[in-house]
Design a protein around this ligand. Structure first.
Ligand code: SAH
Length: 222
């Protein structure tokens, strides 16, 4: 049973996953390691059982508490851009959600720190990480707008909820040469996915594409 659970059957089978990776390739994802990790990570375990049959569609899905698991294309794109600067020792993710993005990262970099403000979601994500034997994901229940200071500065920061403006605390925790991928914009309007790179003089900003994320909210809740 455990085996079927992890490997999937029917709409969660390896063939279904292969088709998803084919789509991501068509949409322009080039990093082979990212594609391979997506191909071999069971996304259906990160959504409710009732949604499992849709887990390998290239779409965001509800995970409860008004939140969503990001669309696979977006996960792939953000990961690819983050790693274009080389493989960082550590990635800080803000917005653990289902834990899917952190699981993908954990298979590409040595260590992942992830912060989530909704306690119930974080608990579920931790359970899935444990089930998959991912030992290099470290998580914290907190408002991630403030980053995770004791481990800063970071060469790579990935934010999976959209603030209207980039939180200054996160920019501060970026190392010189470090990269931050973050969506910004209003809750109901247009959001832009941005790449910030810290230089010795300040920050370089590049807009990657238009996106739609749940808002980055203040404070932690149960
Ligand atoms: N990376 C997630 C995407 C989840 S959606 C995944 O792979 O499933 C974004 C998440 O960000 C939500 O779970 C939401 O609760 C969380 N979030 C929003 N504002 C936050 C904040 N200030 N600090 C930490 N997490 C936050």
């Amino acid at each position: 049973m455990i085996n079927n659970d992890l490997q999937g059957i029917g709409m969660t089978s390896q063939r279904t996953r292969d088709r998803l990776v084919e789509r991501l390739r068509e949409k322009g994802i080039k990093n082979q390691r990212v594609l391979e990790v997506i191909r071999t990570t069971p996304r259906h375990l990160f959504v409710d059982e009732a949604m499992a049959h849709r887990a390998y569609e290239d779409t965001a899905l509800p995970i409860g508490h008004g939140q969503t698991i990001s669309q696979p294309y977006i996960v792939a794109r953000m990961t690819e851009v983050l790693l274009e600067g080389g493989i960082p020792d550590v990635v800080l993710e803000v917005g653990t959600g289902s834990g899917y993005q952190s699981a993908i990262l954990s298979r590409l970099v040595p260590k992942v720190y992830t912060v989530e403000r909704i306690g119930a979601l974080l608990q579920k994500a931790r359970d899935v990480h444990r089930k998959l034997g991912l030992m290099n994901v470290f998580s914290k229940h907190s408002d991630g707008s403030w980053g995770w200071k004791p481990n800063a500065p970071y060469m790579a920061v990935l934010v999976t909820a959209a603030p209207e403006e980039v939180p200054p605390g996160l920019l501060e925790q970026l190392a010189v040469g470090g990269r931050m991928v973050i969506p910004t914009g209003s809750k109901d309007g247009v959001q832009e996915l941005k790449l910030y790179t810290r230089t010795t003089e300040g920050f370089e900003e590049k807009t990657l594409e238009l996106v739609r994320f749940v808002p980055l909210l203040d404070g932690a809740v149960r």
